[in-house]
Design a protein around this ligand. Structure first.
Ligand code: MHO
Length: 213
């Protein structure tokens, strides 16, 4: 199951990338997600040798359904951006923009947020440079916890980064997105009745729960 429409990219550093993958993966208009390392200069970073990079999430979104401003709002509302404690470079709060329009929107949202905050923001805003996808086991981390489901869907390492269904399930399975949205799109996701029932059960079981990392 693939969604083939024109998309734009967005890249954010918001702490541990597992939970951000779930958060954005169920957002209407977000088509695909992948997690990785960016924002630094080290060549070929890995989780255990991240160098000066940061954990980031990269999204392909449909700008007709969700705007970059909507995504920025999610950015500010869903992470600890290091106001009072200095964060490790691995968890640096970061917006990596892909064009001039994104740069202006990012800077405006920073300014707006700073006006509400007493502390100096430390969020970094920089042009998107090389993005290094994280190891397979970090992609759709929450979905990968459901081994039988992954097997029945034929989730291989490519699909973990390119499948719209994978992005959605990675959120629904931890209770994000909500039952109403799930029912609205379950037909188009192409799940079997048995798979849909399984996801529904997990969604309900986890709804409203926190997203520990
Ligand atoms: N608590 C997790 C964070 C992982 S996140 C991908 C760990 O220590 O492995 O940074």
């Amino acid at each position: 199951h693939d969604v083939d429409i024109p998309t734009k990219k967005a890249t954010f550093g918001m702490g541990c990338f597992w939970s951000n993958d779930s958060l954005f993966g169920v957002k209407p208009g977000v088509i695909r997600t992948r997690v990785g390392y960016s924002g630094g200069t080290t060549k070929n970073p890995h989780y255990r040798s991240i160098g000066d990079h940061t954990e980031v999430i990269e999204l392909d979104f449909d700008p007709k359904t969700v705007t970059y401003d909507d995504l920025l709002e999610m950015f500010w509302a869903n992470h600890e951006y290091g106001l009072t404690t200095k964060l490790k470079r691995q968890y640096q709060s970061m917006i990596l923009y892909h064009d001039e329009e994104q740069r202006l929107a990012a800077e405006a949202s920073y300014k707006k947020t700073q006006e509400r905050c007493k502390e100096q923001l430390r969020t970094e805003i920089a042009p998107a440079g090389p993005f290094y996808p994280a190891e397979d086991y970090h992609q759709k981390y929450r979905l990968q916890g459901h081994k039988d489901l992954c097997r029945s869907l034929g989730m291989d390492s490519a699909k973990l980064q390119t499948s719209h269904l994978a992005a959605r399930l990675n959120g629904y399975l931890v209770g994000m997105g909500g039952r109403t949205q799930f029912e609205q799109e379950v037909q188009s996701l192409g799940l079997s009745e048995k798979q849909a029932e399984y996801v529904r059960r997990e969604l309900e079981r986890n709804e409203g729960g926190g997203l520990a990392c």
